[in-house]
Design a protein around this ligand. Sequence first.
Ligand SMILES: [Zn+2]
Length: 460
Amino acid sequence: MTIDTVIHGGMLVTPDSTFEGDLAVDDGTIVSVGTEQAMPDAEETIDASGLIVMPGVVDPHVHIDDHVSLDTYETATSAAALGGVTTLIDFAWQSYVSEDSPWDEEKPLRDGVERKKKNSDQAVIDFGLHGGILREDPDLFDELADLVDSGITSFKMYTTYEFGLSNGFIREVFERLRDLNAVGVAHTEDDSVCESLTSEFQAADRDDPTWLPAARPDYAEAMAADDIARLAQETGTKYYGIHTSCQKAAEALARYQDDGSLIRGETCTHYTTLTKDIYRELGSLPKIAPPIRTDDDNDAMFEYLQNGTLSVVSTDHVAQTRERKENSKWWEDPFGANGLQTSLPVFHDEAVNKRGLSYPFLVQVMCAKPAQTFGLPNKGTLEPGTDADIVLFDPNETYTISARHNASVADYTIYDGREVTGKVTRTYLRGELVASEGEIVGKPGYGKFVRRERPVWNED
Ligand SMILES: [Zn+2]
């Protein structure tokens, strides 16, 4: 029997180990991992000597083509493929109506799902969807079971912004998610604290963007993180705290993790690698929420990733342009920064090169854990029988990050000018080469919607 491809002589990385070896792919699936002698005959052999061979990154926190982000599916997933990301999870939104809302009619969440599925036909990589709940409308409860059955097994809510939900409504959602075995996800910042500080700074005309982090302080994040994690624990709901930015919020999650199974947490690459000095350097371009914080918080993110309080590193990718970001006072600017194309090389450089953490750690937090947390058993692993989503990564190549290479419609990067060692050279999705040496070679449309399973969290 002759199979499609053998990737030969690379350093294979799993969540538990690294070893020099070969990996065989047939019909889009990994069929064998081991020594050269153990490999079947292949039509094509790819020389991976000197390269890291790792599972494609699974990024569970990405915004595409909606009121949050300007990217199309083609531009965002191209950035992802170039950055070694082979699966992402975007959001399907329940529409709400307000002066600032992009919708003029309140529609059910399933309409938001249909819209994303329709607009994603040019995807270069695979993707799933979280349901995004933006209104306190009990009609939603009738939709949840069907959505979960259709592979949307996690639901995001906000405690802030005009579409933030009350703790009471979040409790009601959590009880239903618990019964459906789905996951609750929340953006946690105390809205009234952030609003009062922002108004105060606005009234005092503190229009320098360096005020931005103080307007959404770490304690406001920790207050809401504590509330929602407690609600999850009290209701017995699987809960995933997204974009944890600081020590105080991570401590809040840790407080409710005593049973080890219901509460998980994520941080993002920028909270591990950048400090609030970035607002002095780049003005409001890095305006995100929660904001970028301090050196000590960077250290804390690594501490909590190592002890398991936090288990995933994502991007919270949002495409914005300089024009939209720089045209107004910082409190009026849109939120969000892009990161899909740079997350793996930037996080690798920080975690492995600078902090001496292992490659298995990198694969845990960027591939295996996000896949396992969100019900993607065929992703984020090199196990035979799973999807051949594979990244070849040159750990020795040094380059400087520049927005000139952006595939996203975003025309800047918060990592601009950062020199990193380690570069994605090839990205395979289900055995097909989708990005090679900085160029997209995959066909838009090859990336598919993935129906996610109801995740089981107490297995590992
Ligand atoms: Zn987000």
